[in-house]
Ligand binder design. Structure first.
Ligand code: HEM
Length: 504
């Protein structure tokens, strides 16, 4: 046999191998799309909507407003709904507190974060939010008690007060020059929360409110797109979407590399000058001080950076959405707004910074925030994948099923909240309703780490704004709807309100 014969038979084998692989893959996809769904054990047991081949119910989900189709399905099929992902993968939507409790607490070890979400390793790769299993427990056990305890949040209150005071000054100035008194509050909340997150997480001045830092402006623009753009939305359904050679993916990657550089250089700077005042501590300082069991620093530079990125992603858009919805609802319900203002006037008497002891007295403002988060949770759905077969309330859940935990639907349809679509902060006056609580910060081993941070930030912001301004709707028929932006639901269009300064 000659060398030529050898190489042509090798090419032949490769070609045949390629064709066989392609054919096998095509059969596999055809099986998944056209055969498997009809034999799913879930199909027999659990009701759900009709689905299309290949795209499943993805179109239904994305063509409707957040919560809309989910509420419709829940009303029609009940609190367990079986629907389909792309390639007709099974999804089980749950919206009753007992089932949610089972997945997030009782048998949480059987339910991991969705794999597609883990593909986001590139963005928040080595951060606590992307970690799973034992790694997550270890990680969380080190970070949560050190970074989000009452003392560290007390230090952050100085930052919250400082930036909200700047926002009040800016609005007073803008209103003195304005004819109609209308302010796009949502736009300013985006800037406020970026300034707060930059300063509290890694001591960085984004100067978003003052608009002075051009670099920060660019970083913020791309960062916004990365978190609220298609990437975060689509990766949850289309595997490996973020690796496609698309302009949006390239742009996001470029922007993120700028943010990464800003954080990396801060880490290097802090490593070289470890002296700092205790009043100016940020989350990065706290993480850098955490030691592992051998007494060495617990985190590598990459882990530090990815956690800072995680906090920024998790904490900024959520607080912006919650604050915007709250002011919108208060503008719509002037009596509730007045009552909240009376509460803060009784506590503050004059325009000054809020201390922790003041915050404890702002019970009604806290009810308002909880009620807003109940109606419009910024993260409306959590996704988990069953590792092994399980049974939830008599329904068999096969391993590999994606569980779609519909927090927003649950909170509107839950019997604990009668007239669930109504904005009624008074309902939290009842102790049993407060004990029942809302799910917007999630529950269990992966509950939001920044809850205390976020609640303090939002209370201070609302208290100071209500002390300084009155809010009303610019027109009676203004209609704001929730819109899905990546992993968050945000108000659409941006919330604009008529703002009147209060003489103090
Ligand atoms: C209104 C504000 C906020 C809401 C509604 C909110 C909601 C949530 C929810 C629902 C989760 C669970 C996600 C899941 O399991 O898939 C979560 C996780 C998380 N949140 Fe928040 N969040 C808020 C603010 C913040 C802030 C300000 C920070 C940080 C400063 C933060 C840091 C985190 C982190 C690190 C996790 C991951 C926890 C883990 O996986 O163990 N959040 N948040």
């Amino acid at each position: 046999m000659t060398l030529n014969d050898n190489s042509s038979s090798f090419t032949y084998v490769i070609k045949v191998g390629f064709k066989v692989s392609l054919a096998t893959y095509a059969v596999y996809v055809a099986y998944k799309c056209f055969i498997k769904p009809y034999f799913s054990p879930l199909k027999q047991d659990m009701p759900g909507p009709a689905f299309r081949p290949v795209i499943g119910n993805l179109y239904d989900l994305y063509s409707s407003r957040p919560m809309e189709i989910e509420i419709k399905w829940t009303e029609k099929y009940g609190k367990f709904v079986h629907f389909h992902n792309v390639f007709n993968e099974d999804i089980v939507m749950i919206s009753c507190p007992k089932a949610i409790n089972h997945v997030l607490i009782v048998n949480h070890k059987n339910y991991e974060k969705q794999k597609a979400f883990q593909v986001n390793q590139r963005l928040i790769g080595d951060g606590v939010m992307a970690s799973t299993g034992r790694d997550h427990a270890k990680y969380r056990g080190m970070i949560a008690p050190a970074a989000f305890n009452a003392d560290s949040i007390t230090v952050m209150t100085t930052v919250f007060n400082m930036y909200v005071t700047s926002l009040c000054q800016l609005w007073r100035h803008n209103l003195s020059q304005s004819n109609d008194g209308i302010i796009c509050v949502q736009k300013y909340f985006k800037q406020l929360t970026l300034d707060i997150m930059g300063r509290c997480t890694f001591g960085y001045e984004f100067e978003a409110l003052s608009g002075c830092n051009i670099d920060a402006k660019n970083i913020s623009a791309v960062f916004n797109r990365a978190v609220t753009g298609q990437l975060f939305g689509l990766v949850q359904f289309i595997p490996y979407f973020q690796y496609l050679p698309l302009a949006c993916n390239r742009e996001i990657e470029a922007g993120l590399s700028v943010v990464r550089k800003a954080i990396d250089s801060t880490i290097a700077l802090k490593r070289n000058s470890r002296q700092r005042s205790t009043s100016d501590v940020d989350l990065l300082d706290i993480l850098m001080d955490i030691k592992d069991e051998t007494g060495k620093p617990a985190f590598t530079d990459k882990q530090l950076r990815d956690n800072i990125l995680t906090f920024m992603m998790a904490g900024r858009e959520t607080a912006t959405a919650a604050l915007s919805w709250t002011l919108y609802l208060l503008a719509k319900h002037p009596k509730i707004q007045d009552k909240a203002r009376t509460e803060i006037q009784n506590v503050l008497q004059q325009d000054r910074d809020l201390a922790n002891s003041d915050l404890d007295q702002l019970k009604y403002i806290e009810f308002i925030i909880m009620e807003t988060l109940r109606l419009y949770p910024p993260v409306d759905v959590l996704r988990r994948v069953a590792k092994k077969d399980d049974v939830i309330q008599n329904y068999k859940i096969p391993a590999g099923t994606l569980i779609y935990i519909a927090l927003a639907v649950c909170q509107r349809c839950d019997d604990a909240f009668p007239n669930g679509n109504e904005f009624n902060p008074e309902r939290f006056k009842r102790e049993d309703v407060r004990d029942h609580g809302v799910l917007s910060f999630s529950i269990g081993s992966r509950t939001c780490m920044g809850k205390r941070f976020a609640m303090t930030e939002m209370k201070i912001t609302l208290a100071k704004l209500l002390f300084n301004f009155k809010f009303s709707l610019p027109s009676a028929n203004q209609c704001i709807e929730p819109r899905r932006c990546g992993m968050f639901i945000l108000p659409n269009p941006l919330i604009q309100l008529k703002v009147e300064p209060i003489l103090i």
